[in-house]
Design a protein around this ligand. Structure first.
Ligand code: AMP
Ligand code: ZN
Length: 115
């Protein structure tokens, strides 16, 4: 981690947060400002600022793990197994926290195309 990172602080225990899931590679916790009735973030323990960075440095195993955990959480938490998975990559896409994370949102209708 080159500079202060709120998700590294959460993963490191500096900011107390309940993990909904954790293993050696990833953690999952509730989004502090949920945009849906259920909103979970799946986050790699290793710091990669963006998906682009992780695709370059993290390799397919890490990316596969993130999606696997997102899929399991979404299926378990989404009504009738329905959920949406989102990764915002870069400012133009609305990324605000520069530590890769997968949003898993469910519990309401999601329009397509997204805004
Ligand atoms: P993004 O805009 O894709 O970078 O998403 C960042 C997300 O992190 C937002 O949905 C925030 O609400 C969420 N967030 C920021 N700080 C925290 C925190 N301390 N605990 C949980 N979620 C957070
Ligand atoms: Zn970080």
């Amino acid at each position: 981690m080159a500079q202060a990172c709120i998700f590294c602080d959460i993963i490191g225990g500096k900011i107390k947060t309940d993990f909904l899931y954790e293993d050696g590679d990833v953690v999952a916790f509730a989004d502090i400002r949920p945009i849906a009735p259920d909103h979970v973030l799946v986050v790699p323990r290793a710091h990669h600022a963006t998906l682009t960075d992780a695709a370059g440095d993290g390799g397919p195993a890490l990316l596969g793990k993130l999606l696997k955990v997102a899929g399991d959480l979404g299926a378990a938490r989404g009504p009738e197994g329905g959920y949406r998975v989102v990764i915002n990559n870069g400012a133009a896409a609305g990324q605000t926290v520069y530590h890769l994370h997968v949003h898993v949102i469910s519990g309401r209708h999601f329009a397509w195309p997204p805004g």
